[in-house]
Ligand binder design. Structure first.
Ligand code: FNR
Length: 346
């Protein structure tokens, strides 16, 4: 109503139902991979987890040469988060936090450049737990709920969280009910407990029980062990009785898992990915990490070994016959006066 009569442009609120989603992944979920996931068919993409203490001190800096918006650490110029308009309406930023006020400050800083904010409540890594973040919040439901209700009432974008199941199904249902009451738009649930590793079987039956006990959309996660093709994504979603589904490792290995038409060959995926890395001046070590994940076993081939020696984006591009593409783009960026430094993730 407002937008039609007052000329105010209102953002459409992100809907978390019937979506296939790129899950948050540290180092993997940077701009080039998110854009490629969208191109392949993902409907929502999550950033890697970004820690509140880092983002809170960053400065928002549009980068006209690249067509991006960069959040830059003023002390050393490091780019903490890079995004662009192509992904804004489908982008969820995942935050690592243990504090409502800090999370809110970050939310206010980034909310115009994203479509949703997610709080990580499932990470079992020592770094997160020690800082009271990630899975530490699973055992502090009051604190978790306070963070979410603060964000829901103060921000203009939908807020979600990503949890793991608890050892007891009824406890999981009660936790989800408590978190749902804060006003969150959806909840991502990794179908494993905090102590279970990716090699353990997930528990779709627990997600099914949760989904039938609450009203908010459930985003199922943890199925990559069984996801070999696009249809398997839907199968996992159905097994969980979930509204949507979020894929991590299967997408890290081959992001074309999101393609309805079927998987692309590894070389084709790498070529598409590298073009985006060149377009958006992605940091060589981040690029290398992601290409390494895609290559996986192929690193042992002569070409794989040559790749492992690479230190620059130019060197990596030469291996996939994109040397000229990289050189031309570098020249173009020089002329445009690209002011951003290559993306550096922690
Ligand atoms: C992850 N995961 C993860 N989870 C999260 O909430 N925030 C994060 O930043 C990360 N980072 C991350 C990096 C990498 C390389 C991997 C493989 C995983 C966990 C991930 O989102 C997901 O919950 C699990 O991998 C289970 O889902 P899949 O892999 O079975 O689809």
């Amino acid at each position: 109503f407002l937008s039609r009569f007052s000329g105010i442009k209102m953002k459409q609120r992100l809907d978390y139902r019937n979506k296939i989603i790129l899950a948050p992944m540290v180092r993997v979920g940077t701009l080039p991979m998110r854009l490629l996931a969208l191109e392949m068919g993902a409907q929502i993409v999550y950033t890697e987890e970004l820690v509140d203490l880092k983002l809170i001190k960053s400065i928002r800096r549009p980068n006209p040469a690249l067509g991006t918006v960069d959040f830059v650490d003023p002390s050393d110029g490091t780019i903490i988060f890079r995004t662009c308009a192509l992904e804004t309406s489908q982008l969820v930023l995942q935050l690592g936090t243990s504090d409502a006020a800090r999370a809110l400050a970050v939310g206010k800083l980034v909310q115009h450049d994203i479509a949703g904010l997610d709080i990580n409540m499932g990470c079992p890594k020592e770094f997160s737990i020690k800082g009271g973040m990630g899975a530490a919040l699973l055992s502090q439901p009051d604190k978790a709920a306070h963070i979410l209700s603060t964000l829901c009432s103060e921000l203009d974008i939908p807020v979600t969280c990503k949890i793991r199941i608890l050892p007891d199904t009824l406890d999981t249902i009660n936790l989800v009910k408590k978190l749902a009451a804060t006003g969150i738009a959806a909840i991502g649930i990794h179908a494993r407990t905090r102590d279970e590793r990716p090699t353990h079987r997930p528990h779709p039956d627990v997600l099914r029980a949760v989904a039938s006990a609450v009203d908010i959309p459930i985003v199922a996660n943890g199925g990559s062990r069984y996801i070999r093709c696009y249809e398997d994504i839907h199968k996992f979603q159905q097994d969980c009785g979930a509204h949507s589904v979020m894929v991590a490792r299967a997408a890290q290995l081959n992001v074309s898992i999101f393609r309805k038409e079927g998987l692309l060959l590894v070389d084709e995926v790498i070529e598409k990915y590298l073009r985006l890395c060149v377009d958006y001046d992605n940091a060589p070590h981040n690029t290398k990490y992601c290409v390494q994940s895609i290559l996986s076993g192929l690193q042992e081939t002569p070409r794989g070994k040559r790749f492992l020696q690479c230190q620059t984006l130019q060197q990596i591009c030469e291996i996939w016959n994109l040397g000229d593409y990289c050189r031309r783009r570098n020249q173009e960026l020089k002329e445009l006066g690209n002011c951003g430094r290559a993306l550096v993730t922690p």
